[in-house]
Write a protein that binds this ligand. Structure first.
Ligand SMILES: Cc1cc2nc3c(=O)[nH]c(=O)nc-3n(C[C@H](O)[C@H](O)[C@H](O)COP(=O)(O)OP(=O)(O)OC[C@H]3O[C@@H](n4cnc5c(N)ncnc54)[C@H](O)[C@@H]3O)c2cc1C
Length: 395
């Protein structure tokens, strides 16, 4: 039987393990954590991410966990419009917000009984010297025809195969939280729709979760600030956020007031520079592929990291689903790499433009940004949404 080892049980690894198992592979899923746990946050699935999940598991019930994403427009901190809300072009499934608990639960439900899950297994090495590939977790060695590296931005598998690609800070820190429905402040309809607000080097985005999201509903928010991550404990960081965003328009101070330190997920925003030279490394009867952040971690300004991870998995499953170990599987891995590399490169290019907008500071830079935003932003978003809408799952 064809065997695959998937390293990492984040959303890319869970999706890959389920997709391979459904096409007849025997899969071992290795996760360094003691359990598989969703971060207590949410994310946006753009049309490409939604299409990819449907392709990965048409019976997954994705519709049931996705809440529509309203277009709340872009505002200045005083509430004035930089870009008024507009109706979204109709191409592709509508963007949606999902709570990660619901997303992980659905991905785990899709693993079926052909996936052996090993938690507490930290992969430290991958070798392709023998007839088959093997990954090692200290003394334990797992052999396979296909190794899927879904082990995130610090992937030891990528570091071994594509050492040119290095994880670096992007010059931002981010804070995320979900305020559960029962703790939400009273909001009018416009405030409840959330939206994006841009200040000088600061950005705040909020969006409503479906009423049943993670059984609690509520609102998800993500704040971004240019600069290094903060070393202080969460309560101090929350106090800082309340100070930075305290005079911004409603409902930003209200959402921060309703957030508790234990809700806060602070992190440094990092990315891979340059992107790996390849996403597939044929070896033995098959080879190694990179999926998700292991291959293309990037700042969250376009909200495309997970969407691209699901594209990776849909592409991989379509290419290797029926491939036999040997020349056929090696060719499929090569095609995977040649398909995914240009795609992620173009999304990263688009994301860098957005990064410059978020990072704008100083009076001149801000004036230029605000003047340009009216035309630039819809064009940029148009490009980004175009990029998302263009993608189709492979046959
Ligand atoms: C603030 C913020 C907002 C975002 N918003 C969006 C959004 O709206 N839309 C969107 O599409 N994307 C968004 N993203 C990006 C998205 O969160 C990531 O792209 C996605 O989480 C990557 O998933 P992954 O499974 O590839 O990696 P990870 O989630 O990092 O998972 C890697 C897994 O591998 C395990 N692992 C690591 N090393 C080893 C090892 N050596 N052995 C075994 N296991 C290992 C880890 O424990 C982990 O479980 C956002 C990111 C941030 C930071």
């Amino acid at each position: 039987m064809r065997t695959a080892v998937v390293v990492g049980a984040g959303m890319a690894g869970l999706a890959a393990a389920g997709a391979l198992a459904r096409t007849g592979w025997r899969v071992t899923l290795l996760e360094r954590g003691e359990r598989i746990a969703a971060p207590p946050t949410a994310l946006v699935l753009w049309s490409n991410g939604r299409r990819a999940l449907e392709a990965i598991d048409p019976g997954g019930g994705w519709e049931g966990i996705a809440a529509p994403l309203p277009d709340g427009g872009v505002r200045r901190p005083d509430g004035g419009w930089l870009v008024a809300p507009r109706s979204r072009p109709g191409a592709g499934p509508a963007p949606a917000v999902v709570h990660l608990e619901d997303l992980y639960d659905t991905l785990i439900a899709g693993l079926g009984d052909r996936v052996e899950i090993r938690t507490g297994a930290r992969v430290t090495a991958v070798t392709g010297r023998g007839r088959r590939l093997s990954v090692a977790d200290g003394p334990t060695v797992f052999e396979a025809d296909l190794v899927v590296a879904a082990d995130g931005i610090d992937s030891p598998v990528r570091r071994a195969l594509a050492p040119e690609s290095v994880a670096v800070g992007s010059g931002f820190a981010a804070w995320q939280a979900v305020v559960p429905g029962y703790r939400l402040p009273r909001l009018n309809a416009e405030q409840a729709a959330g939206g994006e607000t841009l200040g000088a080097g600061y950005r705040f985005v909020s969006m409503p979760l479906g009423e049943r999201a993670a059984g609690r509903g509520g609102m998800y928010w993500v704040a971004t600030a240019a600069g290094a991550p903060r070393p202080e404990p969460p309560a101090t960081q929350l106090a800082l956020l309340r100070r930075w965003f305290g005079r911004w328009h409603a409902p930003i101070p209200e959402l921060l007031a309703a957030t508790r330190p234990e809700d806060l997920v602070p992190q440094e925003v990092r990315e891979l520079r340059p992107l790996p030279r390849a996403y597939g490394f044929p070896a033995g009867p098959g080879g190694v592929v990179l999926v998700g952040d292991a291959g293309h971690a990037m700042p969250h300004h376009l909200g495309q990291g997970a969407c691209l991870a699901f594209e990776d998995v849909a592409t991989l499953a379509a290419l290797v689903g029926g491939a036999r170990p040997g020349p056929e599987l090696r060719a499929a891995i090569d095609t995977y790499s040649r398909t995914r590399r240009p795609r992620t490169t173009s999304v990263v290019r688009q994301m860098r433009r957005m990064s410059a907008v978020v990072q704008a500071r100083g009076r001149l830079a801000l004036r230029a940004r605000d003047a340009a935003l009216g035309s630039l932003r819809p064009r940029m978003l148009g490009h980004a949404e175009g990029l998302a809408a263009q993608w189709q799952p492979p046959e």
